[in-house]
Design a binder for this molecule. Structure first.
Ligand SMILES: [Zn+2]
Length: 210
């Protein structure tokens, strides 16, 4: 949109409207109770829903997930015993070893999806949730929300977890493999990240705009 002096005016986003993804009909948004969903009047598809979690619950969940993230990375994932030699493996030692063995791309993908992206996602959640709780608008909120939306699909701890479990089963014929605290930590982290992903980001936009 161009104003008289040629400067570009910021586009106003109509946050009070909801468009049905199935039939393109436009609806006026209404308030929902926790756990409720709004359906399209035309075709019955779900338009939007409100999470069962409120901002305080999200904040507690995020802090819990950050603590579990640190513990899961500090503790070893597995212990292997073969021929009298005991080897412990941590997430980051696995990544470094994969890099040293010439599978750089795999190591980089693992480091991103299991370590960097979940850490960035949790840090951004912490930032935007604290911003929502402040009475004034926080600088950087919009950018943080965009990054969060971009990062959410890239945090794939569960894929790593399945990979490790398959490796344990395969290696169990060659060595005695024991699951360690780090593996349980990643299991708990998967559950916490899944719970966080049920929260719709637009609820944070709404909470910040109020
Ligand atoms: Zn519809």
């Amino acid at each position: 949109m161009n104003t008289k002096d040629g400067a570009t005016a910021p586009m106003r986003i109509r946050t009070d409207l909801a468009i049905c993804e199935q039939c393109d009909s436009v609806h006026q948004r209404g308030p929902l109770a926790a756990g409720e969903a709004a359906d399209c009047r035309v075709c019955g598809a779900t338009l939007y829903r409100r999470s069962r979690l409120d901002v305080d619950a999200m904040l507690a969940l995020t802090l819990g997930a950050l603590i579990v993230f640190v513990l899961a990375n500090v503790a070893p994932i597995v212990t292997m015993q073969s021929g009298g030699i005991t080897t412990r493996a941590w997430l980051l030692t696995i990544v470094v070893r994969a890099w040293d063995h010439g599978v750089g791309p795999v190591a980089a993908i693992a480091a991103g999806t299991v370590f960097l992206f979940p850490l960035a996602q949790l840090t951004l959640y912490l930032f935007v949730l604290r911003a929502v709780k402040r009475p004034t608008r926080s600088p950087g909120f919009v950018e943080a929300m965009h990054w969060l939306r971009w990062l959410r699909p890239w945090s794939m701890v569960e894929v790593f977890l399945i990979g490790i479990l398959v490796s344990i089963i395969k290696m169990s014929s060659l060595a005695r493999v024991t699951a360690e605290a780090g593996l349980w930590g990643f299991g708990v982290l998967t559950i916490l990240l899944t719970a966080l992903s049920t929260f719709e980001l637009r609820e944070l936009w709404d909470a910040h705009d109020d």
